[in-house]
Design a protein around this ligand. Sequence first.
Ligand code: UD1
Length: 376
Amino acid sequence: MGKKIHLIVAARPNFMKVAPLYHALKATDWANPVIVHTGQHYDINMSDAFFTDLKLPEPDIHLEVGSGSHAEQTGRVMIAYEEILKKESPELTVVVGDVNSTIACAMACSKYHYPPEKNLPFTQTKIVHLEAGLRSFDRGMPEEINRILTDTISDVLWTPSEDGDENLINEGVTKGKIVRIGNIMIDSLEMMRASIEKENVCEEFNLKKSNYAVVTLHRPSNVDNKETLKKICTMLNETAELLPLVFPLHPRTRKNLEEAGFMQLISNNERITLVEPQSYIRFMSLVFNCRLVITDSGGIQEETTYIGIPCLTIRPNTERPITITQGTNQLCTIADINSRVKNILSADYNMKYKVPDLWDGYTADRAVESIKKILE
Ligand code: UD1
């Protein structure tokens, strides 16, 4: 059977981080990886499509918690996952990234002590945080709270880059807990590269290669406030005059645009193509072939740095500063976007970038080595 290892997945950005680790553990003769889906994201195109693309099997365990306020969602995951811990007794649980399910499962593990009669070689499930140490230093972001708390209670902290190690050390974490394994999303990208390069999704939307921008926006700070959302719509119409846009709409963004009555502000513009959230391969195909990206996502800042596509991030800060210091990312305000786009489109625009260390496609192997040591 092998050693039981729970891999927690919950929301869209988790799937491409867990897939390489699942496949690498499955290839060993000692590990029994079990996928636990909390159900934070549940739509076909926010979840199932990623399982298909990343060749993940159906989740072994599904907690089906769905949406809710932060406390509701976190609480429901904790209650449901504690029941699973009682039945399953995993030796190790890997939590990923910074979503509500990450902290919920870590917290359930950290407080659940197995009764002595279970006679297990451990009294508590070991917790490993994949993508540890990232900090935006903005506690107004729910994800920042999730990151800080998860890192505080995890036994081992897998960081993607040097700045992650530095943040943890500054918070007083002992060096022995930190293992820099690199950026595991790059493993997914390399694993799927051939399939991504075969697709030509832009043509389906009548867009020409290197002559359109991909837009993704879903952060509460950008899309939950009506005034801000309206400014974004105005900005997108102006940007669309510079180059056509394709905008896969996150459910939160779609709902807010509809409720505010703003949808037609952008849907009437024929240079803006509004589409459903895309699967991993289809979305990466759009990014591979675009001229630039406008986003507020975390992961896309990293993917664009890796493949060398300019990225404009509409946020006042980022937990991924290496994408700015070494990569292709720039932070900007809604008001800045147009001048930044013009600059990128200008003939003398010269983008220098370097792929950060350990963003090499072998992160899952280093993660497996680390698990082996932890369980020895
Ligand atoms: C969550 C994460 C965020 C991550 C994002 C990626 C937290 C605090 N936030 O935010 O870090 O960047 O996922 O997408 O964990 N909805 C659907 N179908 C779905 C999922 C959600 O319709 O499959 C709707 C929900 O009903 C809700 C809205 O989308 O109204 C927001 O979903 P939620 O999971 O609460 O947060 P995200 O904004 O997706």
